[in-house]
Design a protein around this ligand. Structure first.
Ligand code: FES
Length: 69
């Protein structure tokens, strides 16, 4: 099983930019179009806008639809 949404993306050849893989840098931010996620170790430090999330430190709580632009 995957520990994070980012690991799931990688296992399925979905290309996502990342750097820290721990919620600090914000490089992996994506738009959460539909569905819910939760952060595995509490709220991340990286800045994210409304509607964005960080796949490197989150897991889906439902089916999700994501965009990367
Ligand atoms: S890779 Fe740094 S916040 Fe996700």
């Amino acid at each position: 099983m995957y520990k994070t949404t980012l690991e799931y993306f990688e296992a399925n050849d979905i290309e996502i930019h990342y750097h820290c893989r721990d919620g600090f840098c914000g490089a992996c931010r994506c738009n959460l179009v539909e569905g819910d996620i939760e952060y595995v170790n509490g709220e991340p430090l990286a800045f994210i806008r409304d509607g964005e999330f960080l796949p490197c430190c989150s897991v889906p709580k439902s089916d999700i639809i994501v965009t990367t632009d």
